[in-house]
Design a protein around this ligand. Sequence first.
Ligand SMILES: *Cc1c(COP(=O)(O)O)cnc(C)c1O
Length: 479
Amino acid sequence: MDFEEFRTRGKEMVDYIADYLKTVERRPVYPLVEPGYLRPLIPDSAPQQPDSFEDLMKDVERVIMPGVTHWQSPNFHAYFAAATSFPGLLGDMLSGAIGCIGFSWAASPACTELETVMLDWLGKMLNLPEEFLAGTNGVGGGVIQGTASESTLVALLAARKRIVTHMQAKSPDLEEAMILSKLVAYTSEQSHSSVERAGLIAAVKMRKLPTDEKFSLRGEVLKQAVEEDKALGLIPFYICATLGTTSSCAFDNIMELGPICNSENIWMHIDAAYAGSAFICPEFRDLLNGVEFSDSFNFNPHKWLLVNFDCSAFWVKKRSELVGTFKMDPLYLKHDHQDSGLITDYRHWQIPLGRRFRSLKMWFVFRLYGVKGLQEHIRKQVDLAHEFESLVRQDDQFEIVGEVVVGLVCFRLKGSNELNEKLLKGINKMRKIHIVPCELREKYVLRFAICARTCESKHIQYAWQNIKEIATDVQAGRQ
Ligand SMILES: *Cc1c(COP(=O)(O)O)cnc(C)c1O
């Protein structure tokens, strides 16, 4: 493909994308395929001679689309939103074209510098405490990680390093292996599975603490666990608190947890993967109160802030604690401006070496929407969630579980788990809308998330009508 052909095909591709997104709601939101469906549809090995672009695009419709779950359909209400927007797509296109690998400042200065400033812009949108911003000579700062899971792990590894250094400073003959074997980290039983996994990867005990009736982890519970563990000779060193849990969008009480962590020298990481985007609206910012106690904070603009995947924003109060954990300096990565105050080498802030120019898509989105446009997006989606909630509340066959705080509604038919399981299966089998369940205190619960940017009131009404019809069938024993 030469320059001229790229111009032509590029324009065709933009048309294809615009058509796809414009008409995606006409496609069944969930695919009707069996595992292994794809292999027989394409050759066993790559073609020796080049194929034509036309043939390839025909196969996109023949091979790919039938097996796509359409996350951008306004009838998609599963998991949480996966952000996309036209400015985000365009920014990503340019990032692909520049094609730099920005592991150090010298590897592409704009890639590093724009990222630092974008994380400051975003931190200011959330009104994060000053200490988290890189500013001009800050000790904190932000970085784009691939996912919230990585952020949790990176924070855990930094915390592990910090406690080992601290213990060895106090007692120089303590062996690292000895300290590691005594470490204990905490999280709530409602936190994301990636937190438990971070414990597995870092080979430290991860204790899951119980939550209150609102699925929130409270200070007293942590305090008691810390006392118990210290009495056993263990060393509490890390907690991952969640703002907006995956199951029910519950919020841990970081105002209570924070001071305990600070006085016990426990690294507090906050995972606000989904709900974090809402904090750009002043009316939701209270939910973030207590962040000032934390050592690191993370949320995913790629979930709800219109910046397409991947873009997980991660801030630390003390960048030295991250860099101190991950720093490696082989000669081929050294450059003249290393570590000179303002200069950031992001390879020390993350697990991989390579990194894409992801801040471009943030820049495009922030400038072309403006903070006001982003706030409107959040508010509209929260309103849609409340619209769905009120439909559920008006029907006394159903109940709401937990609280609708932002864009997720947990609900169920009053009745057995089996009944609700049938309802969920029936809904997804129809393929008109797509949702997933969760389990809350042994109850099988349906989650309805407001996802696509293009979701409107009519889609909420459509979804509810669908759910009601299937519920009627299920209760009559017809499903
Ligand atoms: C979605 C979610 C995650 C996982 O996000 P990734 O970026 O895919 O790792 C982690 N924590 C919470 C609370 C989430 O909702």
